[in-house]
Design a protein around this ligand. Structure first.
Ligand SMILES: *Cc1c(COP(=O)(O)O)cnc(C)c1O
Length: 942
C-alpha cells in the first residue's frame, strides 16, 4: 500500500482559507515584490520593536460549524417573549422579501457610505425614499438620511436649537413624558455645552428665556396632545419647538409640521426593523427648510450628471466635520443607512394605504384592550391614546407583571403602582387574551371599532403621494425594484473597496447569519435581565476578547458609532477630571486627525488646540510639547490616532503619552486603525487611557452603505467608573438609547474573533500590512507614496500622491471617477492630505484583485502622463470624461480616444463589466438647487 501524502490544506481553517485573501504562494510573490524574505522580516521593519506586545493573543480558533453551535447555545439563553413594554421599541413584522433581499444581501450590506455618487445611485434612491417618507409623515420640509437612535437624534435637535439661538440662551425644556432614555441622553449632552436642562410637565412649560423645548408625541405613557399652542408660545419667546414623534402614530395623527414644530425626531424601528435588544435602527430627523444647513447627518439630494440627466448625491457636504472640524454642527459620521433603507422599503412595500391600515389596526387593538380592561374594572389612562395605555394596579403591580410574564408577555413597570402596555403590528386578539388573563379579565371577542383619538388630532393631510409608494406591490415587482437598485451600486460583492481608514474587509456570511435569529433580533432592550442572559454572556465574552486585544481593563458597548465612542471616551475623561476636582478643558488634536475627533471634543465641552504635523507626517513633537506645556494644568486630553492617519507607526507615541500624563492629561487613542495593531501592539500598553474600536471596520461588521456601526470604548481601570450609564434610568450618563448600543450586530464581531482565533487575527494584521506594502511598492512605479516609517515601510494603508498631475489639470476627482470605468470604488480622497488618495487593501483581498487594482492605477497614470506631456488636452481625456456610461457608448462618439479605451480600460471586466448608471455628478448644481425628496416620477425605462 502506498502511504498517504496529506495535503496541507485544512478546509476548516477559516482565518487562512476564507478570511485572508492571499494564498501562501501569493504571499511569497508579494514578499518578493516588497523585497523581504519573510513576513516576519517585513513586520520587523514596519512595527517598532519597542512597541510590540509581549504575549501573543491566546485563544484557539473555532470552525464555522462550532461558532454557529456556540451562538445557538447563547441564543437559547435569550428568551423571546412578546414585549409590550413600548418606550420607543415595538414588535414589527419585517417583510421576508426585505429581510432576504436587503438585510441578508451583500449587495446592500457591504456597500460604503455614498460619497462617490456615480456608483451609489441605488442606495441613494432608497435613502431619498426614506427622506421623502419622513418629510411627508412629519409634515416638515427636509429630512435627513438617518441618525443613530431616537435619543441621540433628540440631543442633536437640542444642539440645533442652541445654535439657532446663537448660544445666547442656555435653558432648554424637556417634557417629563419623553422616554427615559431620551431624557438621559439629553442630560448627558447638555452639561458639557453649558446648557441648563429643565425637565417638567408639558402643561407647565414656561417659554420665556428658553432656546428650545422638546415634547413627546405620543407621550411615553400614551398621552396625546395638540401642541399647537405650545409651539406658538415658544415661537413668541424666540425658541424652537421640537417633538419626538412615533412614525406609525403619524399615519393617523395630525402631523408635527401642522402644529408648528420646527424639528421632529424619532425612530423608524417599527417600520420593519427588529428590536434587536436596542438596535441598530434608523433614527430620523426632519426640520423646517430654514434650519437645513445646521442639520446633522447625511442629506441625499437631487442633482444632474454630465449629460444633464437626473442623478442623486449627498448634499451640503460642507456642513460635515471633515471640513468644519471643531465648528461642525455634529460629530455624526457613520449613521444607520442600511436600516433606513429597510424602513423605506417597508413604506414602499405597504404604501400609504397599507401603513394606515397597520396604524388603524394597532390603534383599534389598543382600544379593544382598554375597553376590556375597563369593563373588567381596571383604571386605564389616558382617555385618548394611539397604542399605549397605563393601568393603575396599586400594590398588585409585581403580581400582574409576573402573571403576564408567565403568559409570555412583558409589560412595562411604571412607578410603583402602574403598568404600561403598548400594542404593535404583531399584536393579535390572542395576544390581548393573554394580557387580559394576567389581569383575570375576560378576553375580547372582536376588535373594537371606536377610535380613541380626538377628531381635532386626526390627520387630514395626505402623505406618500409620490408614485414610488404606489407601485404595483406584487412581490415580483418589489423584488425587482430592490434588485435594480442594488445593481446600480458597487459594493464588496463585486470588487475591492480600497478605502483608507475604513477597513473594508470581508464580512463573512457565517458572521452575518445570527443577526436575524429571533433570539437576537426579537428582544426588547428593556426586557427583564433574566430573559437576556445570552446577550449578557456574548457581550461579556466580547469584552474579555477586546480587553485582551487592546490592553484595556473594561469596555462599554454602548456607543453605536466610532464618533459616539470618541464622545463617550472624552466624557469619561471629563468626568474623571471632575471627580478629582480638576477643572481642565483643553484637548490637543493633531491637524491630521479625522474630522470627528475635533467635533467630538467640542461636544464634550473641550477647547480644541491643533498640533502641527512635521514634514514626514508625524506629530510635530516640538509643537506638541510646547502646546502641552502651554496648556499646563488646563490640559484635559490628547487625541491621537495610532498608527497615524498617515499610515505610519510613529515611534514617538510613548513620548506623546508620557508628556500628556506628566501634565495631568489623559490620552485618547483613536482605534479606527486597529487593523494594523491586532495581535502586534496594544493601545493600552502604549499609554492610552481610553480608545474606541470600530467594530464596523476592524471587526467585520459590514458598512451597510453608511451604517450601522459600533464604537465600543475600552478604558483603563481608573476610568471604569466613568463609562456610560444606564439609559433607562432617565439620569445623566448615557450616550445612546440602549444599554448595549446596537446589540444585535455584536454577534458578527464575536463570531469574527472566535473564528479567527488569536493567531489568525495576528496573521490578518500581518497580511493587511503586507498587502499595503505590496500596493505601495507597485504603485510607486507611477506615483509618489507619501510617508513611511523609519524602516521605509507603510502600515496597513498608504497615501498615493496624485498631486503630481494636478498642475497639468488632472485632478484627484478625475482619477477617482476613472477608477469606476475600471470597476473600482475610489480610495479615500483628500484625507488626511488634500489632493491625494489613501489606499487600504485589507487582508481579505487576493493577489489577483490587488493586481487588477494596480493595473488600473498604472493605466490611469499613463493616461495622466498623456495629458502632462501635452498629447491630450485635460478636458478631452478619458480621465475628465469619466465615468463612461452605456449611453456614452451608444451615442455618437466624438472623443479623441476609442470606445474600447473609454469603456473597457485594463482591469475592467468584459462580461461582468460594471456600468455606472449616471455620468459624473455635478455637486455644485445640486447644492444650488437643493431638492431632498423624491423628484417627479419618470416611468422606469431602465
Ligand atoms: C471612521 C473613523 C472615525 C469615525 O467612526 P464612525 O463610526 O464613522 O463615527 C474616527 N476616526 C477615524 C480615524 C476613522 O477612520
Amino acid at each position: 500500500m502506498s502511504s498517504w501524502n496529506p495535503t496541507s490544506y485544512d478546509p476548516d481553517d477559516f482565518a487562512n482559507r476564507r478570511h485572508i485573501g492571499p494564498s501562501p504562494a501569493e504571499m511569497e510573490a508579494m514578499l518578493s515584490t516588497v523585497g523581504v524574505s519573510s513576513l516576519d522580516e517585513l513586520i520587523d521593519q514596519t512595527v517598532p520593536a519597542g512597541l510590540r506586545q509581549d504575549e501573543p493573543l491566546g485563544w484557539e480558533p473555532l470552525t464555522e460549524g462550532a461558532v454557529i453551535d456556540e451562538l445557538r447555545r447563547m441564543a437559547a439563553r435569550n428568551q423571546v417573549r412578546t414585549s409590550m413594554i413600548g418606550q420607543g421599541y415595538y414588535g414589527t413584522i419585517t417583510p421576508p422579501a426585505i429581510q432576504r433581499n436587503i438585510l441578508e444581501n451583500p449587495a446592500w450590506y457591504t456597500s460604503y457610505t455614498p460619497y462617490q455618487p456615480e456608483i451609489s445611485q441605488g442606495r441613494l434612491e432608497a435613502l431619498l425614499n426614506f427622506q421623502t417618507m419622513i418629510s411627508d409623515l412629519t409634515g416638515l420640509e427636509i429630512a435627513n438620511a438617518s441618525l443613530l437612535d431616537e435619543a441621540t437624534a433628540a440631543a442633536e435637535a437640542m444642539n440645533m436649537a442652541f445654535a439657532a439661538g446663537k448660544r445666547k440662551r442656555s435653558r432648554f425644556f424637556a417634557a417629563d413624558d419623553l422616554h427615559p432614555q431620551i431624557l438621559s441622553v439629553l442630560a448627558t449632552r447638555a452639561r458639557p455645552l453649558g446648557m441648563e436642562l429643565v425637565i417638567g410637565k408639558a402643561e407647565e412649560l414656561e417659554a420665556d428665556g428658553l432656546f428650545g423645548a422638546i415634547f413627546s408625541y405620543p407621550g411615553t405613557f400614551g398621552q396625546l396632545r395638540d401642541y399647537t399652542r405650545w409651539c406658538e408660545a415658544l415661537h413668541e419667546a424666540g425658541a424652537l419647538a421640537i417633538v419626538a414623534a412615533d412614525l406609525l402614530a403619524l399615519t393617523l395623527l395630525k402631523e408635527p409640521g401642522a402644529m408648528g414644530f420646527d424639528i421632529a425626531v424619532g425612530s423608524a424601528q417599527r417600520f420593519g426593523v427588529p428590536m434587536g435588544f436596542g438596535g441598530p435602527h434608523a433614527a430620523f430627523m426632519a426640520c423646517r427648510d430654514a434650519l437645513k444647513r445646521t442639520m446633522p447627518g447625511r442629506l441625499v439630494g437631487v442633482s444632474k450628471d454630465s449629460a444633464g440627466n437626473r442623478a442623486y448625491r449627498l448634499a451640503l457636504q460642507t456642513r460635515e466635520q471633515h471640513i468644519r472640524r471643531e465648528k461642525a454642527t455634529s460629530n455624526v459620521c457613520t449613521a444607520q443607512a442600511l436600516l433606513a433603507v429597510m424602513a423605506s422599503f417597508y413604506a414602499v412595500f405597504h404604501g400609504p394605504a397599507g401603513l394606515k391600515a397597520i396604524g388603524q389596526r394597532v390603534h383599534l387593538m389598543a382600544v379593544t384592550l382598554a375597553e376590556q380592561l375597563r369593563a373588567g374594572g381596571a383604571i386605564v389612562e389616558p382617555d385618548e391614546f394611539f397604542d399605549t395605555i397605563t393601568v393603575q394596579v396599586g400594590v398588585g403591580q409585581a403580581g400582574i407583571i409576573a402573571a403576564a410574564e408567565q403568559r409570555g408577555i412583558n409589560l412595562r413597570r411604571v412607578g410603583r403602582d402602574r403598568v404600561g402596555i403598548s400594542v404593535d403590528e404583531t399584536t393579535t386578539l390572542e395576544t390581548l387574551a393573554r394580557v387580559l388573563d394576567a389581569f383575570g379579565i375576560e378576553p375580547a371577542q372582536e376588535l373594537s371599532q371606536d377610535p380613541a383619538i380626538p377628531d381635532s388630532l386626526l390627520r387630514t393631510s395626505e402623505y406618500l403621494t409620490h408614485p414610488v409608494f404606489h407601485m404595483n406591490r406584487a412581490e415580483s415587482e418589489m423584488m425587482r425594484y430592490m434588485r435594480r437598485l442594488s445593481d446600480r451600486d458597487l459594493a464588496l460583492d463585486r470588487a475591492m473597496i480600497p478605502l483608507g481608514s475604513c477597513t473594508m474587509k470581508l464580512n463573512a456570511a457565517v458572521e452575518m447569519m445570527p443577526i436575524t435569529w429571533p433570539e437576537f433580533a426579537g428582544l426588547h432592550p428593556f426586557a427583564p435581565a433574566a430573559q437576556a442572559e445570552g446577550y449578557q454572556e456574548l457581550a461579556a465574552d466580547l469584552e474579555t476578547l477586546l480587553c485582551e486585544i487592546t490592553g484595556y481593563d473594561a469596555f462599554s458597548m454602548q456607543p453605536n458609532s466610532g464618533a459616539q465612542g470618541e464622545y463617550a471616551g472624552l466624557q469619561a475623561i471629563a468626568a474623571y477630571h471632575r471627580a478629582n476636582d480638576d477643572d481642565r478643558s483643553i484637548c490637543l488634536i493633531p491637524t491630521s486627525a479625522h474630522g470627528t475627533n475635533p467635533a467630538s471634543a467640542t461636544m464634550a465641552g473641550m477647547k480644541v488646540v491643533a498640533v502641527k504635523s512635521a514634514d514626514n507626517g508625524d506629530i510635530d513633537l516640538d509643537d506638541f510639547a510646547a502646546k502641552a506645556e502651554g496648556a499646563g494644568d488646563q490640559l484635559a486630553a490628547v487625541m491621537v490616532t495610532y498608527p497615524s492617519t498617515h499610515g505610519v507607526f510613529e515611534d514617538t507615541i510613548r513620548k506623546v503619552c508620557d508628556i500628556t500624563h506628566a501634565h495631568g492629561g489623559q490620552v485618547y487613542i483613536d482605534g479606527a486603525n486597529m487593523n494594523a495593531l491586532v495581535g502586534l501592539v496594544r493601545p493600552g500598553d502604549l499609554g492610552g487611557d481610553v480608545s474606541h474600536v470600530n467594530l464596523h471596520k476592524t471587526f467585520a461588521i459590514p458598512h451597510g452603505g453608511g451604517g450601522p456601526g459600533m464604537g465600543p470604548i475600552g478604558v483603563k481601570e481608573h476610568l471604569r467608573a466613568h463609562l456610560p450609564g444606564d439609559p433607562s434610568s432617565g439620569e445623566e450618563g448615557a450616550v445612546s438609547a440602549a444599554p448595549l448600543g446596537s446589540a444585535s450586530i455584536l454577534p458578527i464581531s464575536w463570531a469574527y474573533l472566535r473564528l479567527m482565533g488569536g493567531q489568525g487575527l495576528t496573521q490578518a494584521t500581518r497580511v493587511a500590512i503586507l498587502s499595503a506594502n505590496y500596493l505601495a511598492s507597485r504603485l510607486s512605479e507611477a506615483y509618489p507614496v507619501l510617508y513611511q516609517g523609519k524602516g521605509g515601510r507603510v502600515a496597513h494603508e498608504c497615501i498615493v500622491d496624485t498631486r503630481i498631475f494636478a498642475k497639468h489639470g488632472v485632478t484627484v476627482d478625475d482619477i477617482a471617477k476613472r477608477l469606476i470605468d475600471h470597476g473600482f470604488h475610489a480610495p479615500t480622497m483628500s484625507f488626511p492630505v488634500a489632493g491625494t488618495l489613501m489606499v487600504e487593501p485589507t487582508e481579505s483581498e487576493t493577489l489577483a484583485e490587488l493586481d487588477r487594482f494596480v493595473a488600473a492605477m498604472l493605466d490611469i497614470a499613463r493616461e495622466a502622463d498623456e495629458v502632462a506631456s501635452g498629447r491630450v488636452a485635460a478636458n478631452e481625456s478619458p480621465l475628465r470624461r469619466a465615468p463612461h456610461t452605456v449611453e456614452d457608448l451608444v451615442a455618437d462618439w466624438d472623443r479623441p480616444y476609442s470606445r474600447e479605451q473609454g469603456c473597457f480600460p485594463p482591469g475592467a471586466f468584459r462580461i461582468d463589466k460594471y456600468w455606472p448608471p449616471v455620468g459624473r455628478v455635478d455637486n455644485a448644481y445640486g447644492d444650488r438647487h437643493l431638492v431632498c425628496s423624491c423628484p417627479p416620477w419618470e416611468p422606469a425605462t431602465e
